[in-house]
Design a protein. Structure first.
Length: 436
C-alpha cells in the first residue's frame, strides 16, 4: 500500500482523481440555417407590408382628402395664340389706398401702361429731333503711314468723335477732339453712312483739346454728300438753364448713343491759358469717356461734351458753343493762337463788392517761361485793362488778345496788393505776344 502522504504530482497518492471539462464544439451548419431562416422571414414580412401600403393608399387618400399630383401633358409642337385675360368681377383683386379708396389691379395696370406709352412717345420725339444732327456725326481717326502686318491696314493712333458744322463750296469742316490726332500722319473721317475719306488738319488748340479738320468735297461721292448733313450751331448757353437737351455721339461711352435730360447749371467753367469757357452741367449720367454734342429741342448744337476730369462725377458737361465761335473761326482759317500764359478767373460784381476790389480778372497762376512770367505778372494780380481798354471778364480778355497781332507788345493794366499796408496799387506791364 502506497503512502498517502506523498503529494508529488507524479505520485499516485491523490485523494481524488482530477477531471478536465471541455466545451462542446460549435455547430456551424445549424447557425447558417437559423440565419437564413431569419432573413427569409424579414423579406416575407417587408413584402406583406409593401403590398398592404399599395393596396390601401387610394382609400386613405380619399378618406383624408390629401391632394394627388396630376400629370400634365404639354404639347409645344403647334402654334398657340395668347390673349390678354381679363379677371372676372369675382376674381378681380383690389388694392386699398391710404384714403380708403379701392383701386383695381386692372386700373393700376392701365396707369402703368399709360406711363410707358408716354415715355415711348417722348423718346420717339427725341429720336426725331436728333435724326438730322446724327447724320452730321463722324468718327475721326489718326493713322500712320505704317502698315499693320496682321491685317494689312493702317496703324491707328486713336479715334475721336466729330461733327460736321460748316460747309462751303469746296470743303466740309469738322469739329473734333485733338488729343488722338495732333501727331497723326494722316486723318481719316468715317461718315454716318459708312463712307470714309482723308481729311486735312486746319488747326488744333491743345489748351482745351479741340481741333478743326476739313474734307475736300471732291473726295466724297454725290451719294455721301446727299446722305450726310451739316449741324447748325445754337445761341448762348445761358438761355438753356433748366431746359431739356439731347446728347448724341458717345455720351455713355458707346458710339451713336442718344440720351436726353436737362441743363441743371450754367455756372461751371473750364479754364486754360488765356481763356475761360462756360460749362453747361446736365443731369444725364455719362462716363469718363463721354464724347459728342448737346442739342436743344430744335436740333441745334449748343455744346461740345467734354470728358470729365473729376473722378467723383460722371455727369455730362459741355462747353457752350456760343463762346467757342471766335475760336472756331480762328481754327477754320488756320490762324495762330496768341499766347501770354495767364490763367485767370473772372471777378463778378458781387465778388468785387465783397472784396473791395475792381472787377476784372484774378490771376490764378502764370505758366512757366511764358511772356506773362517774363514781364513780371504774378499770381494774385487783378487785370483790369488791355491796351487801354477795360477788361471785365476772361471772355473780353481773350477776345482782345486774339485781335492783336502776334509779335506785338501788349500793355496790361492791373492792380496788385501791397505787402506793406495791404492796399491795391495800379501797375502797367508790357508783354510780347507769342503765337502758337
Amino acid at each position: 500500500m502506497k503512502d498517502r502522504k506523498d503529494k508529488a504530482p507524479e505520485s499516485e497518492n491523490y485523494h481524488f482523481i482530477k477531471e478536465t471539462i471541455k466545451k462542446k464544439p460549435l455547430n456551424k451548419r445549424l447557425i447558417i440555417q437559423r440565419a437564413a431562416g431569419l432573413a427569409m422571414g424579414g423579406v416575407l414580412l417587408g413584402g406583406c407590408a409593401a403590398f398592404a401600403f399599395v393596396a390601401f393608399l387610394p382609400t386613405a387618400v380619399d378618406k383624408l382628402g390629401v391632394p394627388q399630383e396630376k400629370r400634365v401633358n404639354v404639347d409645344l409642337s403647334g402654334t398657340q395664340e395668347y390673349s390678354e385675360s381679363v379677371p372676372s368681377s369675382e376674381e378681380e383683386e383690389t388694392l386699398k389706398t391710404s384714403g380708403e379708396e379701392t383701386v383695381s389691379v386692372s386700373e393700376v395696370n392701365e396707369d402703368a401702361q399709360g406711363v410707358l406709352e408716354e415715355f415711348e412717345k417722348t423718346y420717339e420725339s427725341v429720336l426725331k429731333i436728333a435724326e438730322e444732327p446724327r447724320k452730321a456725326l463722324v468718327r475721326v481717326s489718326g493713322i500712320s503711314g505704317d502698315e499693320n502686318l496682321l491685317d494689312h491696314s493702317f496703324m491707328h493712333y486713336g479715334e475721336e468723335e466729330g461733327i460736321v458744322f460748316l460747309e462751303n463750296e469746296t470743303d466740309l469742316y469738322i469739329l473734333t477732339g485733338s488729343s488722338d490726332i495732333e501727331d497723326a500722319e494722316k486723318i481719316q473721317i468715317n461718315f454716318s453712312n459708312g463712307a470714309y475719306a482723308l481729311a486735312e488738319m486746319c488747326r488744333s488748340d491743345s489748351r482745351i483739346g479741340l481741333a478743326v479738320v476739313r474734307v475736300p468735297k471732291v473726295r466724297l461721292s454725290e451719294n455721301t454728300l446727299d446722305e450726310i448733313s451739316v449741324a447748325s450751331l445754337g445761341e448762348s448757353g445761358s438761355l438753356y438753364l433748366a431746359k431739356p437737351v439731347i446728347a448724341i455721339g458717345s455720351p455713355m461711352g458707346d458710339y451713336d448713343g442718344v440720351v436726353y435730360g436737362m441743363v441743371t447749371s450754367v455756372s461751371g467753367t473750364i479754364s486754360a491759358a488765356d481763356c475761360e469757357y462756360s460749362l453747361m452741367i446736365t443731369d444725364m449720367q455719362g462716363s469718363p469717356d463721354s464724347d459728342g454734342v448737346l442739342l436743344d429741342t430744335s436740333g441745334n448744337v449748343i455744346g461740345i461734351i467734354m470728358r470729365s476730369q473729376e473722378e467723383d462725377t460722371t455727369m455730362i458737361k459741355a462747353v457752350s458753343v456760343a463762346q467757342l465761335l471766335p475760336l472756331l473761326e480762328t481754327l477754320c482759317n488756320n490762324e495762330s493762337i496768341n499766347y501770354l500764359g495767364i490763367r485767370g478767373i473772372t471777378i463778378s460784381e458781387t465778388q468785387a463788392e465783397n472784396l473791395g476790389v475792381s472787377t476784372g480778372i484774378y490771376v490764378d497762376s502764370v505758366e512757366t517761361d511764358s511772356p506773362a512770367m517774363i514781364a513780371g505778372i504774378q499770381s494774385g494780380d487783378i487785370i483790369t485793362g488791355f491796351n487801354g481798354e477795360r477788361i471785365e471778364d476772361m471772355q473780353s480778355y481773350t477776345t482782345r488778345l486774339q485781335e492783336t497781332d502776334g509779335g506785338e507788345t501788349a500793355e496790361i493794366q492791373l492792380i496788385r496788393r501791397s505787402s506793406t499796408d495791404g492796399s491795391y496799387v495800379e501797375m502797367d506791364f508790357d508783354l510780347i505776344i507769342e503765337e502758337r
